[in-house]
Design a protein around this ligand. Structure first.
Ligand code: ZN
Length: 707
């Protein structure tokens, strides 16, 4: 995924990502490393100097400075011009951008109680700050007057698009509301910010609190000795000497379910996972869900939309709820049919073994691996020795980027990091010039949000003279000291995926920060990253990195063929769990305020049933009460975006194949037409310029076995 935590906020503010526009540091920021742009290469953050106590003063001063800048723009005696209004806004807020960027990246990747408390304190203040800009009537009057005469301003295409973008941002933020309604909206925005922050923090705490604890090694039979040792160490660290603790991850499915031979343990783990946020206690999220859904529905009503999804989708390439509902519901039936067929295959194994039970959610992964082993005569664990982390990253991910785009990478150890496991690379373009700095933060930690994401510390902009500093975050379990890090096939794909976002950030070649890199519609942003997954199994790339970590032997050809053949296997499950979550996300956000239910789990169950995805062995990828994508902000009413983007992705994969695959000419074309363009043009125009036509859906249906 792409978690532009900071980007979402900054884009909503219209804030520049500037590290170069220097305002004189205020006295209260004396000695604060956030006060001025970092003097490290590319303004890379001085992680060794930034302390938790530096954030609040920098946030407050950053907001104060930007409001001052905005007041000066709004009250300018000179008639509005593109430069004195729109460009001036793009340049405003340098300090706030700097502190937000570092803070939200660290809070996602390396949080603690102090940072969580700052987040809770700042999120309503930042919402109010955004409102103070977008609901400023004088500022709006200037933007509007420019917008109305935009054809006569002789603007270049990117500048004209920026003016239109600002106009849309103001309208969507409520600039046209009456003074009384603006006050109402401000109150709702403050509430939403507080509630979302509480939800995010709850989910992480509840996930940590839901770990599986067992008394004996036998209960963990099937897991590797190393993993069981790690579970013993994890229990000991929590003061439970002699027990075994297995952490849960944020999806419904849990990786150990594929390995655990003890059915009771599997069921216990699955139940812990599914109960998160709805089992009572300190971190129960049901009330928060209802309040967030209601507040968002009220906001949409106030702005004149039928519901929050309608408001949200209007600004996406999907455009409206009808088109999203259509895509999701058309795919739901064939996907569930495929999942039922897969379930029958799994049941046949259970029955042959005289298991005497019906296949359930807890059993799915375990028996899937068995069927996979029978059908393709291999199991996932045979792959892992060929997927050593360094090989995957350097000889796989980086290698593909070299063959396609001519990039080269050089690790450097002199820049400070916030955790010793984080690695830093200089990225050089084909002409030898440095393009960007890339951070790889690959390991799971209990203070790190779940899943995987990319974000930026510095965004490229020629207006501000900045270059990209981008980071990828994964959650790969860290092996005991001295052991190699061996990845699953899914983790390998994730590494390629996140690097696709990183390329989108690093190749950005735009003038305005508002359009930098991944500042594109949410249902478009997953497209370049998903395309990059194709190189993980591209023969020339695979053979370069998939080598046995001990012997260096290449992954045997037949194993490789099986990997590729098995790619379609279990698609029914994967598509169904994804669609179920996407449909839930839509259901919750297609309600009017009066339709918000009182019973979260009841509404969830009824929704899944109505939509025909209530197939118990395949629970939604996220249930409502731990669905951070949906209730924390980033992907609210937007979880469908992965599948929507996949239509473009699958069609683009076909284009690469038609044109000879892994070649510079292909990479350079994709970069020139799409990856370098950020949000400077309508997203679907960018696609058409690249592909030469509109996207077609057949490659997606084929890939997912939905024909
Ligand atoms: Zn992504």
């Amino acid at each position: 995924m792409n978690r532009p935590h900071m980007l979402v906020i900054a884009a909503a503010l219209g804030v520049a990502f500037s590290q170069t526009v220097l305002a004189a540091p205020a006295a209260e920021l004396a000695g604060n490393p956030l006060a001025t742009a970092s003097s490290l290469p590319f303004h890379y953050p001085a992680f060794d100097k930034i302390k938790d106590e530096h954030f609040i003063p920098a946030f407050n001063e950053g907001m104060r400075q930007q409001l001052k800048e905005i007041e000066a723009i709004a009250n300018n005696k000179a008639a509005p011009s593109f430069d004195n209004t729109v460009v001036a806004m793009e340049k405003s807020g340098a300090l706030l951008t700097r502190v937000q960027t570092v803070f939200y990246n660290l809070q996602g990747a390396n949080t603690n109680d102090k940072l969580d408390a700052i987040d809770s304190e700042m999120s309503p203040k930042l919402a109010a700050h955004s409102d103070a800009i977008f609901l400023n009537p004088k500022l709006w009057a200037r933007v509007k007057s420019l917008y109305e005469k935009r054809e006569s301003l002789k603007l270049d295409a990117e500048s004209k698009h920026l003016l239109e973008r600002y106009h849309t941002d103001f309208v969507r933020a409520g600039a046209q509301l009456s003074a009384a309604d603006k006050e109402k909206l401000k109150a709702i925005n403050g509430d939403i910010a507080k509630l979302q922050t509480a939800f995010t923090q709850n989910v992480l705490k509840e996930t940590n609190a839901s770990a599986l604890v067992v008394d004996s090694r036998a209960e963990l039979a099937g897991m590797s000795d190393a993993a069981i040792d790690a579970a013993a160490a994890a229990a000991k660290a929590k003061g439970m000497d002699g027990k075994f603790l297995v952490a849960v991850v944020n999806t419904s499915g849990q990786p150990p379910l594929a390995e655990l031979t003890n059915r009771a343990t599997r069921e216990k783990l699955m139940a812990l996972s599914l109960a998160r946020g709805s089992r009572g206690g300190e971190f129960d999220s049901r009330e928060l869900v209802l309040k967030i859904a209601k507040a968002r529905a009220e906001k949409a009503t106030l702005l004149g939309y039928a519901n929050f999804a309608a408001y949200s989708l209007e600004d996406q390439t999907a455009h409206d709820t009808a088109s999203v509902n259509k895509l999701l519901s058309e795919l739901a039936k064939p996907a569930v049919n495929n999942a039922r067929k897969e379930a029958a295959d799994l049941q046949a194994v259970v029955d042959a073994e005289k298991g005497g039970f019906q296949i359930g959610a807890a059993d799915w992964a375990y028996y899937t691996d068995k069927v996979r082993a029978q059908r393709f005569a291999f199991d996932e664990n045979q792959l892992k020795p060929y997927f050593e982390l360094d090989n995957v990253l350097i000889n796989g991910v980086f290698y593909a980027a070299n063959k396609l785009y001519g990039l080269t990478f050089k690790e450097r150890k002199d820049l400070p990091v916030y955790n010793p496991d984080v690695r830093v690379f200089d990225v050089f373009d084909a002409d030898g010039k440095q393009l960007a700095i890339f951070l790889a933060d690959m390991y799971a930690r209990s203070n790190k949000q779940g899943g995987a994401w990319m974000n930026e510390y510095i965004s490229q902009s020629s207006l501000l003279g900045t270059h990209s500093v981008v980071a990828n975050h994964l959650n790969i379990p860290k092996p005991p000291a001295g052991e190699p890090t061996l990845l699953t096939y899914d983790e390998v794909k994730t590494a390629f995926h996140e690097f696709g976002h990183a390329l989108h950030g690093m190749f950005s070649n735009v003038k305005y920060p508002r359009f930098s890199g991944t500042s594109v519609p949410r249902d478009f942003v997953e497209y370049p990253s998903q395309v990059n997954e194709m190189w993980a199994v591209w023969p020339a790339v695979l053979s370069n990195y998939a080598k046995h970590y001990k012997t260096g032997a290449p992954m045997p050809k037949e194993l490789l063929d099986k990997v590729i053949a098995s790619k379609k296997f279990n698609q029914g499950f994967m598509t169904t769990e994804y669609l179920a979550a996407s449909l839930l996300d839509q259901r919750w956000h297609q309600l009017t305020p009066a339709q918000i239910p009182t019973d979260v789990l009841g509404f969830e169950a009824q929704s899944l049933k109505d939509m025909g995805v209530d197939f118990a062995p395949v629970p939604p990828r996220y249930r409502t009460t731990y669905f951070s994508h949906s209730f924390s902000g980033g992907y609210s009413a937007g979880y469908y975006a992965y599948l929507w983007s996949e239509k473009l992705d699958a069609d683009t994969v076909e284009w690469f194949k038609e044109n000879g695959g892994l070649q510079r000419k292909n990479g350079d074309w994709f970069r020139a037409k799409l990856l370098s363009r950020g949000g400077t043009d309508d997203a679907m125009n960018l696609f058409r310029n690249f592909r030469g036509r509109d996207p077609v859906i057949e490659p997606l249906l084929d890939r997912r076995g939905l024909k």
